[in-house]
Design a protein around this ligand. Structure first.
Ligand code: GLP
Length: 241
């Protein structure tokens, strides 16, 4: 594991976007695993800037997002589909049919999970997986539990997670109760994982995830086992590392 702590958000964004750019330069048809949440937004902004300057192209690449809420229409402002289009996809040359996100607004979520795993497999797996971390140690929407699922699955969101995400909705009642998330297998099989962590409120959980016991009660702790994990934090999140 390689841990890098940056004194400014700009440096963190540049370093993370630089790693993604290097992946695309080495392998123009790279398969990217993408995350939502507030943490990667600055990295996506930097990637858009680099694309506009002609420094990178996503033309040959494909991407799989980690998760999506169940029951939100795609055009809802807080769907992860809307998030990705707003922050990244509408600004770059990644072909629309190669930018994949689980379809949460379906009557057949289990079939959607199977279909999504098949698509990841057919693409040859993830080359570079971008991750954030929840305050309870969740990655994607793999919540702490007595057991974890390897496959893409439907998950009941923890109250803590719904509360944390309520800031994006008018009230907590509007936050969906379920989501589809890529499971631990696709994440752990990624050739490289880039875990991004910002803010003092994440200092304890990132310390626990990287230094504590490997336990299903902290899904991010399994990242300790990954052979090619890169962690980038700001100085507040990384103060105990
Ligand atoms: C969300 C997402 C995760 C994200 C996490 C942290 O619920 N499903 O992929 O990493 O919560 O979000 P933030 O970066 O806003 O703290």
């Amino acid at each position: 594991m390689n841990v890098y702590t940056y004194s400014s958000n700009t440096q963190l964004n540049e370093a993370a976007a630089g790693l993604i750019a290097a992946t695309l330069q080495q392998k123009p048809n790279a398969v990217l695993g993408l995350a939502t949440g507030s943490t990667p937004i600055g990295v996506y902004e930097k990637l858009v800037e680099m694309y506009k300057e002609g420094k990178i192209s996503f033309k040959g690449a494909s991407s799989f997002n980690l998760d999506e809420y169940v029951g939100l229409p795609r055009d809802h402002s807080e769907s992860y589909y809307s998030f990705m289009h707003h922050h990244l996809f509408q600004h770059i040359d990644l072909p629309e049919d190669k930018a994949l996100i689980p379809q949460g607004n379906t009557n057949h979520p289990k079939e959607e999970c199977t279909r999504y795993d098949q698509l990841i497999q057919e693409a040859g797996g993830i080359d570079l997986q971008i991750l954030g971390i929840g305050h309870n140690g969740h990655i994607g929407f793999n919540e702490p539990a007595d057991s974890l699922s390897g496959a893409t699955h439907v998950v009941t969101l923890h109250e803590e997670t719904r509360k944390a995400n309520a800031r994006f909705f008018n009230s907590i009642d509007e936050v969906p109760t379920h989501a589809i998330t890529v499971g631990m297998a696709a994440i752990m099989k990624a050739k490289c994982i880039l875990l991004l962590v910002r803010g003092a409120d994440k200092a304890d959980i990132i310390h626990k995830a990287l230094n504590g016991p490997i336990t299903t009660q902290c899904p991010a702790s399994f990242l300790q086992l990954h052979p090619n994990l890169i962690v980038m934090t700001d100085s507040e999140a990384g103060r105990n590392l």
